[in-house]
Design a protein around this ligand. Structure first.
Ligand code: ADP
Length: 401
């Protein structure tokens, strides 16, 4: 009988999922299909395709069917039952945004864990509730199915205390106001594949640039995170599609005072109307900006690159030097132009880009005699979640035996 793992990534109005087949003869996992329900509560649409882009499902759903994440889970499970036929669903692994200070690794979910994750909602009010609602919906539908929580924050728990602190009174740190960092599953995946790419990278001082709609950098030392640009929330650090990145907190005070903005208005501005979109006034999509001759588009790209260059300098200082720079995420993996501009910003560190390797998107994109190497490594957060889930579930199966 074929055995499968389900990976779930729940957002505010969407649930993305992927199905992995567990190879009975090895620990290798193979992606079988991936899909999503978008427009939950407004215009729900369901799609599923194979890794080679063959469409397995594509249909518009009624709002009555999919008012909430619970409705979306019912649709996905009904489709899965047909698709898996007599195959067995072993477990589900969830991407959960916040693990707070408690969780430095993925965990099997039980009532106690769920209750603890609820207490972290104030730290991530935009994402955590949707992650938990989806876990609960699955729990109601299939109570016996083991579920795991894999956190975006966990990988950064190895940051030294000084990198996790803000210079505000200690009582706020005690209630959880700390520099956590996000994109942890992506960085963990990259750290896991780097040694196979080049054995010396296992012990090297590395900056990974995850450049997508959300964007951040992570400083890796011996494969562990020692600093990262996102902080208390995924707003901090680099310029992103619609998020502002680092900003003088005095700007927020000014906006509150002079523009009567409250927390909700600031949240809307800083999460959804800033970044590339806010600066260009055109789009949050890097492809559109690169294709545009509008000065606003050029200014947004320039700021994106400038901030990335500054933050690379900051993380190189935290690492005490730099041996390699790795690009990943939609922009990092696909835009030779942005990679070239960022590598130029890092020339002072000794980086010498191989233009043709960069254009060809080869794995290594720096010249062989470059002072530090540069690489493109496609990320795979879903596979990371599937691997963790397999490990946690197989381990507990072994204990229960
Ligand atoms: P998310 O953070 O939502 O997962 P992705 O990692 O998919 O986002 O990255 C989305 C970004 O990648 C968009 O800004 C998109 O324009 C950009 N992107 C994708 N392909 C290219 C390309 N060929 N050239 C430039 N930018 C690209």
């Amino acid at each position: 009988m074929k055995k499968y793992l389900l990976v779930i990534n729940a957002g505010s109005s969407s649930i993305k999922f992927a199905i992995y087949q567990k190879n009975t003869l090895s620990v290798q996992l193979v992606e079988d299909a991936s899909g999503q329900i978008e427009g939950i509560g407004s215009q729900p649409h369901f799609t599923v395709k194979t890794p080679s882009d063959q469409v397995l499902a594509d249909r518009t759903l009624s709002v009555d069917e999919v008012r909430s994440h619970s409705g979306a889970i019912s649709i996905i499970l009904a489709w899965l039952r047909d698709y898996l036929a007599d195959g067995e669903l072993l477990a589900a692994g969830h991407r959960v945004v916040h693990g707070g200070r408690r969780y430095s690794a993925p965990v099997l979910i039980d009532a106690k864990v769920l209750a603890e994750l609820e207490t972290l909602i104030p730290l991530a009010p935009l994402h955590q509730p949707h992650n938990l609602a989806t876990i609960r919906a699955l729990l109601e539908s299939i109570p016996s199915l083991p579920q795991t929580a894999c956190f975006d924050t966990a990988f950064h728990q190895t940051q030294p205390a000084v990198a996790q602190s803000f210079a505000i009174p200690r009582r706020f740190a005690d209630e959880g106001v700390r520099h956590y960092g996000f994109h942890g599953l992506s960085y963990e995946y990259i750290a896991s594949v780097l040694p196979a790419l080049e054995p010396t990278l296992a012990d090297a001082r590395i900056i990974v640039a995850h450049l997508g709609n959300g964007a951040s950098l992570c400083a890796l030392q011996k494969g562990e995170s020692i600093a990262t640009t996102m902080g208390f929330t995924p707003l901090d650090g680099l310029v992103m599609g619609t998020r502002c990145g680092s900003i003088d907190p005095g700007v927020l005070l000014y906006l509150m005072d002079r523009h009567n903005m409250d927390a909700l208005a600031l949240e809307e501005l800083l999460y959804h109307h800033s970044g590339l979109l806010g600066v260009s006034g055109i789009s949050n999509d890097m492809r559109e900006l690169l294709a545009s001759s509008d000065p606003g588009a050029q200014e947004a790209i320039e700021l994106f690159v400038y901030r990335a260059g500054r933050e690379i300098g900051s993380l190189a200082a935290a690492l005490g030097g730099l041996d390699a720079l790795v690009f990943t995420g939609g922009i990092g993996e696909h835009s030779a132009a942005i990679r070239a501009k960022i590598c130029l910003q890092a020339a002072w560190l000794g980086l010498d880009l191989d233009e043709s390797a960069n254009k060809a998107a080869a794995g290594r994109i720096s010249k062989l005699d470059s002072g530090l190497s540069a690489w493109i490594v496609p990320t795979d957060e879903n596979l990371m979640i599937a691997r963790h889930t397999q490990r946690l579930v197989c381990h507990s199966e072994a204990i229960n035996r």
